[in-house]
Design a protein. Structure first.
Length: 287
């Protein structure tokens, strides 16, 4: 299966020039200076993947997708189009009805929409939970947990319980918990969807900084915010309504590091408008 690849330029955004075709499975050409390279290993591959539930509902039409080390790939689309299903397939939490999913042979971490913290545990102990479950030696994971707590801006809150934290702080704990093991593939399912705009932008900045620091190999990120997708990503994929399929891909041209002020630049707003238009063309509605 093939879908449109939008190779962004200021001129194409002004004139609404049509996107060019390219193979759906491979990464788009991108001269933005991001971490990914042409020879970077593939961390997860979907080939002709379909998902149908026992009641007959088809969540995914055939999907082809490859995510390489060093990429930050965001998926936008209407509710119920199968975005979260793709993450569950990548993690092995569910299986495809047809087609093949070749998952990462390395570490995979998954951040859900709800932080799902253990209320009786402190911030530090919550962050250490996944590392404990792997059986890793405490001497190995405890310094790493302390490091990621600082990286996500929770230094000084190590002994606090979840009930005393704001929603944004609880999500920081969830991010830190998933990063202790330095995952190769980082799956994030609308992690900032329940937050206010300011908290959402701040956490987006933190996540981008962690990506720039290579605290994870690659990310597959689901969001309903086009602005968030463009700001964070090296590629943005647009899905059709159910049954979901890839209808467009946008290569993001902005290099790293990315300043928060990027969100207000004219070329950024033109690109977000282009993604939103493609979303409306395919869905009849915005994300």
């Amino acid at each position: 299966m093939r879908h449109h690849i939008w190779t962004y330029s200021n001129e194409s955004a002004k004139t609404d020039a049509p996107p060019r075709d390219n193979d759906a499975g491979g990464p788009a050409d991108n001269d933005a200076g991001g971490p990914a390279g042409d020879l970077a290993p593939t961390l997860v591959t979907f080939t002709g993947v379909e998902k149908r539930y026992p009641d007959g509902t088809q969540a995914l039409a055939p999907v082809d997708l490859a995510v390489r080390d060093g990429e930050f790939v965001s998926i936008v689309g209407a509710s119920g189009c199968g975005k979260s299903t793709l993450l569950r397939l990548a993690s092995g939490l569910t299986t495809a009805t047809a087609g093949t999913v070749v998952p990462s042979t390395g570490r995979i971490s998954y951040v859900f929409q709800d932080p799902t913290l253990l209320p009786w545990r402190s911030v530090r102990r919550n962050v250490e939970t996944l590392a404990e479950l792997t059986g890793a030696p405490r001497a190995e994971y405890r310094p790493r947990a302390a490091e990621v707590i600082d990286l996500v801006g929770l230094g000084g809150f190590e002994r606090h319980r979840p009930r005393s934290l704001s929603g944004g702080m609880r999500m920081r704990v969830s991010l830190a918990r998933s990063l202790v093991l330095s995952p190769d593939l980082f799956l994030l399912d609308e992690p900032f969807g329940a937050l206010d705009e300011i908290s959402r932008e701040r956490l987006g900045d933190e996540l981008l900084r962690l990506f720039e620091l290579r605290r994870f190999g690659a990310a597959l990120f689901v969001t309903h915010s086009v602005t968030e997708a463009v700001y964070l990503s090296t590629r943005v994929l647009v899905m059709s309504p159910r049954p979901g399929r890839m209808v467009a891909e946008f290569a993001i041209p902005f290099g790293f590091p990315r300043p928060a002020e990027l969100r207000f630049r004219e070329d950024f707003t033109r690109l977000t408008a282009a993604v939103s238009r493609r979303l409306r063309d395919g869905d009849g509605q915005a994300a």
